[in-house]
Write a protein that binds this ligand. Sequence first.
Ligand SMILES: *Cc1c(COP(=O)(O)O)cnc(C)c1O
Length: 375
Amino acid sequence: MIPFLDLHKINARFETEFSSKFKSFLDSGHYILGNEVKSFETNFSNYCGTKYCVGVANGLDALTLIFKGYIELGKLQPNDEIIVPANTYIASILAVINAGLQPVFVEPDETTFNISPSEIKKHITSKVKGILAVHLYGQLADMEAINSISKAHDLLVIEDAAQAHGAVLTSDSSTAFSTNEKKAGNLSHAAGFSFYPSKNLGALGDAGAVTTNDAELADTIRLLRNYGSSKKYVNTTLGVNSRLDELQASFLNLKLTYLDKDNNRRREIAKLYAEGIQNENIQLPECNNAEAHVFHAFVVRVTDREKFKSYLDSKGIGSLIHYPIPPHQQKALMSFKSLYLPVTESIHNTVVSIPMSPVMTNEEVQTVINVLNHY
Ligand SMILES: *Cc1c(COP(=O)(O)O)cnc(C)c1O
């Protein structure tokens, strides 16, 4: 049996350190917004290269609060349109809708699975005020192209970096945002991260964060996440309760120091897969620049997915589908169901994610390769 993802094995590596973190946490008597959250905000903004990081309760809230923050600051108005990738996890789109904005669905590039800059251009109108770029499966969206569109049309750019902690953009171009090397979270006006347990940087529960270089936005989100209050029992704006949990922050402070090592192991496994899997019935992902990809998922495409999945099941190889139903075809988003998005639909019909995690052994990777080559 090779599980799709062995979360226990991932976290068991830190058992002793987690226990001592828990002991200090318990002894501190300070359980909400304490020193661990503060230090995680500093550590994670330093890691991403941004000036600010604000810890929140989860990834969906991180994105929603960015949009609500921009509305609060008057940089977005209710019902403004935001370009979103049609090919994404539904959370990206819920964030836009829950903040009172309108999503405009745009098709992906079929080779990268990420939003297509040329398709973005076709959808820009005077109502569009922002672009939400998702780094799907851990691979950076084409941020140089997206940021140059943003500059030309004066649009906000927000990253959904929930799957891309540590992905690096290397370039020498001199656009508004990029210099030599920048990480996910520092490639736009503001980014939302999730630390859901299965993410590349995962807590032992729900957690999330916003990164940005915009001081006003960071201050606004700090208010919004805590009842619209900076001083206890004084509420200056209509906020929510979406604080990063102190205990989760303490675990994240520890796990952040292993993130680059874990991402490198994921890249090694991806390389073994890319070289080892040779089967004309299985289409491998095209991943050119390893630095820009942290392989949150390794996603292959097959035409007969049900047959392929039951074959994997019969051989004891775990797999998942990211994702089986595109957002515009979900019952929850009924008003978008007449959209025609053939690239997104074909991706959703053919993708299968195979085992990928930093704790897989080379033997396990080889077993997966052998099983796939015998399909
Ligand atoms: C996980 C994820 C989210 C949401 O994060 P939560 O912490 O579960 O709220 C948003 N966008 C993408 C692309 C994700 O993978």
